[in-house]
Design a protein around this ligand. Structure first.
Ligand SMILES: [Zn+2]
Length: 318
């Protein structure tokens, strides 16, 4: 069994080669199957159109909306599924990150490899918390893999956001990643006070979230009303700007109110996930991979940052 990073996580075992979450162009002929954990652009791009892929219905909708493509062949899955690809088995688990996000466990005759993608055991008001993942080898995300990242309870953050919206001194613009936060805010805030940038509105419609209205160009908002913006957009003048990201536990944004609402596991949840996985080998990927691997090592786990192609080790645990 080999696990390494080559524009995505690659797993080789039992005569199969699997690519997970390619975020750059890739040679689809090298892989038996491509697994996509969710629709964020650092996990899937338009290049998926040439591949045979496994993904959820929601992720398929996000890709169709953003890139106007579908994979050449695809298997639509949901948490709880077990796919048999002729000696290669794919177990699907809920990731709790954003609508349609999943984790995978790949099973071959050489053993099992778990892949968390981005995940969040705490879930949100639109997704259940992540399932427990168990495997011989675990590849886990490390976005918040530093001890400073301990997130407050989500209900407390929801109350803060609702209170800012109700404050009434100025209209509020909330800037956040549309996939995940866009649906959360549509469910959290009163529909009659909520406006969505067209890009966010289109995504919410595609995913079946109907709270709030699409902002009409040139319309102005009143105090007590809220506009949801995607990350690239600037707020109109006169708005109170609020930004949502887990990074705001340790540093605050300039010119905005930062609320540490995150769709990822915080540091304690990362440690707990690693311990509960019973994995004999752990690879960390994304964000603070090096730092998280060190902390896991201190807990007695065999962990390291995922190696790039060419520096792989043969993983054996028997
Ligand atoms: Zn993500």
């Amino acid at each position: 069994m080999r696990v390494y990073f080559d524009n995505g996580v690659v797993v080789e075992g039992g005569g199969f080669r699997v690519l997970v979450d390619p975020f750059k162009p890739f040679d689809e002929s090298k892989y038996d199957i491509v697994l996509v954990t969710h629709g964020h652009s650092d996990h899937v791009t338009r290049h998926i159109r040439r591949a045979r892929a496994v993904l959820t219905r929601e992720t398929l909708q996000v890709i169709a909306l953003r890139y106007g493509v579908r994979p050449r062949r695809y298997h639509v899955v949901r948490p709880g599924d077990r796919l048999d690809l002729g000696g290669l088995y794919i177990h699907v688990l809920n990731a709790g990150h954003v609508p349609g996000s999943v984790m995978y466990v790949i099973e071959t005759r050489e053993g099992t490899v778990g892949l968390t993608g981005d995940f969040n055991p705490a879930g949100s008001n639109v997704v259940e918390g992540a399932d427990v993942i168990e495997a011989d080898v675990l590849v886990m995300e490390a976005t918040y893999g530093s001890r400073h990242y301990v997130f407050p309870p989500r209900d407390e953050l929801y109350r803060q956001i609702a209170a800012l919206a109700e404050d009434g001194k100025a209209p509020v613009a909330i800037r956040a990643g549309p996939l995940g936060k866009g649906q959360e805010l549509a469910k959290l805030l009163p529909s009659r006070k909520l406006y969505l940038e067209p890009r966010v509105a289109a995504l919410n419609r595609a995913l079946g979230f109907h709270g709030g209205r699409e902002l009409v160009r040139g319309a102005s908002l009143n105090p007590g009303e809220v506009l949801v913006l995607s990350l690239a957009s600037r707020p109109p003048p006169g708005f109170l700007l609020v930004e949502l990201s887990g990074h705001y536990v340790v540093k605050k944004p300039a010119g905005a109110i930062g609320i540490p609402l995150s769709n990822h596991a915080d540091f304690p949840a990362l440690l707990e996930t690693a311990l509960r996985s019973r994995a004999k080998r752990i690879y960390t990927v994304y964000g603070r991979a090096e730092e998280l691997a060190k902390w896991l090592g201190r807990l007695g786990l065999r962990a390291s940052r995922i190696p790039p192609k060419g520096q792989t080790e043969l993983t054996q645990w028997f």
